[in-house]
Design a protein around this ligand. Structure first.
Ligand code: ATP
Ligand code: MG
Length: 199
């Protein structure tokens, strides 16, 4: 089995996350993609993050029409800070040694990978798929230097179609009363409006 892991704050989940996950699934012939909303993102401690039950609900709504997509609340159930290493260890234990895990992340996050908690152990045990927008050249040399041979074996770079959407932009648009149609799935748009999020 090959499983893709899409971690994120998903505040809210948008079509950029979904389209990226789907292209990576096809490109790497992954059996499924597990979306894992993060509890307290260590790098986002400074800002307000929407209540986790809302972020989980939107992630479930957004992924339910794709039979290859699943959602896990494992990070939300954990207490304390949310580290990817703990999540990957838990998944490795759950799925066993015959399953390979592929953590999907944006190229912007790849630049910071060396600063993640126990980064070298993390990269030694799992694969990372860094998605780059067409025409954007991300400097990989520092990452290669830091991770050594593990970088070429376990960090894969792929180009996926650019979908220029961020959760930040969605939150700002809602606050300004602007449309978020076609930026998030319809069910997520309805949920945000119904629950009065991001106002
Ligand atoms: P925020 O604006 O709040 O930072 P975000 O849109 O970056 O939110 P996150 O939940 O922080 O969303 O991102 C989760 C993962 O998805 C990260 O690895 C990030 O690089 C990736 N990602 C976010 N937006 C896109 C996009 N439009 N296309 C591809 N990958 C994306
Ligand atoms: Mg982000």
């Amino acid at each position: 089995m090959k499983i893709g892991i899409m971690g994120g704050t998903f505040d809210p989940i948008h079509l950029g996350h979904l389209a990226t996950a789907e292209s990576v699934r096809e490109l790497f012939a992954l059996d499924e993609i597990l979306f894992i909303p993060a509890a307290r993102p260590p790098h986002k401690l400074g800002r307000h993050v929407t209540d986790e039950h809302h972020r989980l609900a939107m992630t479930i709504l957004a992924t339910r029409s794709n039979k290859f997509f699943r959602v896990s609340d494992m990070e939300l159930k954990r207490t304390g800070l949310s580290y990817t290493l703990d999540t990957m260890n838990e998944l490795h234990a759950q799925f066993g040694t015959t399953t390979e895990l592929f953590f999907i992340l944006g190229a912007d996050s790849l630049v910071d990978l060396s600063k993640w908690h126990e980064a070298k152990t993390l990269v030694a045990r799992s694969h990372f798929i860094a998605t780059t927008r067409p025409g954007v050249d991300v400097d990989f040399s520092a990452t290669e230097k830091f991770f050594g041979s593990a970088a070429s074996e376990h960090i894969h770079r792929v180009t996926t179609p650019a979908i220029e959407i961020s959760s930040t932009e969605i939150r700002q648009r809602v606050k300004l009363g602007r449309s978020i149609k076609y930026l998030v799935p319809e069910a997520v748009e309805e949920y945000i409006l119904r629950e009065g999020l991001y106002l």
